[in-house]
Design a protein around this ligand. Structure first.
Ligand code: SF4
Length: 94
């Protein structure tokens, strides 16, 4: 089962999920830039790190999630997939 299959299954299980994000938690240095621009998506741990390895983003938070990913200087937030039709109308996988 590939990433696309996983995402499609997650989307069916959780209606309204529009994006799957993978966090390379071992690279997180605790800058908190992700949480400062997208506080509803990126919830930091008590020690100030993003320690959630996978985040399923609902439809209304996609733009915020992208901004947060771009804000990370360590590039540890990876957008894995979005709902079919949102990316040039085609499915893709990594
Ligand atoms: S901006 Fe990047 S390095 Fe900083 S807390 Fe968020 S995920 Fe971690």
């Amino acid at each position: 089962m590939g990433v696309t299959d996983d995402f499609e299954n997650a989307s069916k299980a959780l209606p309204g999920v529009a994006m799957k994000i993978r966090v390379e938690t071992e690279k997180c240095c605790g800058h908190a830039r992700c949480a400062s621009v997208a506080p509803e998506v990126y919830i930091l741990s008590d020690t100030g790190y993003l320690s959630t390895p996978e985040i399923l983003v609902p439809d209304g938070l996609v733009i915020q999630a992208r901004r947060g990913a771009r804000a990370c200087p360590e590039r540890c937030i990876v957008i894995e997939n979005e709902t079919l039709g949102r990316v040039s109308g085609a499915a893709y996988s990594r």
